[in-house]
Ligand binder design. Sequence first.
Ligand SMILES: [Fe+2]
Length: 329
Amino acid sequence: MESNTGLNTELKSLGYIGVRSPKLDDWSHLATKLLGMQQVDDSKATRAFRMDDRKQRYIITDDGADGIGFMGWEVDNPGDLNALARRLEAAGIAVLQGSRALAEQRRVTDLIVFTDPAGNRLEAFWKPEIADTPFVPGRPISGFNTGPLGMGHVVMNVANVDLLLPFYRDLLGFRISDYSLQPYKLYFFHINGRHHSFAMVETGKQTLHHFMVELGSLDDVGQGYDLAQLQDNGIAYSLGRHTNDYMTSFYMRTPSEFFIEYGWGGRVIDPNTWQPHETFDGPSFWGHERFNLPPDQRSQMRQLRLDAAARGIRAPVNCAWFEAVTGRG
Ligand SMILES: [Fe+2]
């Protein structure tokens, strides 16, 4: 049985994500025309995108590499940033104070930079800059569900979960939401009401598997699904619904190796009462057919959800209107 050690972390939410890719134009197209983000920066080597009132949430940099560049985690104030830095240093983690120039680039007041034991670059920051113009989506969507729940979630492929657990759980203070050990180790973590802001899956690789953004409306997702299907080989996982965070989503291919999960209706948990637990239902109630996998693994994943369906596994829809009208969650 896993336990959550300590209920305190300075980290409040996932603030921003940076990706390294030479395919700036392809990324601009996907981010605006499919995801519905707003492009705000179009310099020679970077593209930055808004998802809400903040000046930027998603940043692509062409620096010759390909993959995740950084994850930005938000704290409330300079005292918390300091406390986090001291705690990391006391555990032997090298912490760099972000320069003025870097803080300006990230559109935040101040930040620190450090790496996890797998070499992923993490940043922690406080007080992001707020834009003085309203968010204008790149296609007509209702908007992204961010706010206190953060930008979404990040799922990393890792070589060894056990090497990273002490760092994320015990040092950073991420709380385990749930985990499964079959067919591979998969750990989900929360730092606010979003069921998971971070997860790692032990595939043996060390890359970004996907990140998720959550939309305000199921129709935003469905209309995005239509658009993604018009792209050649655009869908990685078909529309489906996850068993642990209840997200209805599909996974699209991107100009990089990783996927983006485009979702709606994720559950909001109470971190004060949540108990971490092992799960046995597989990742999806239905759907999420994994076109990216070789046939044997694909059918293994399909069998998991057919088994869940055969046992009648289902969950309420996260909808205030439905709950008010029916009295059922
Ligand atoms: Fe996800």
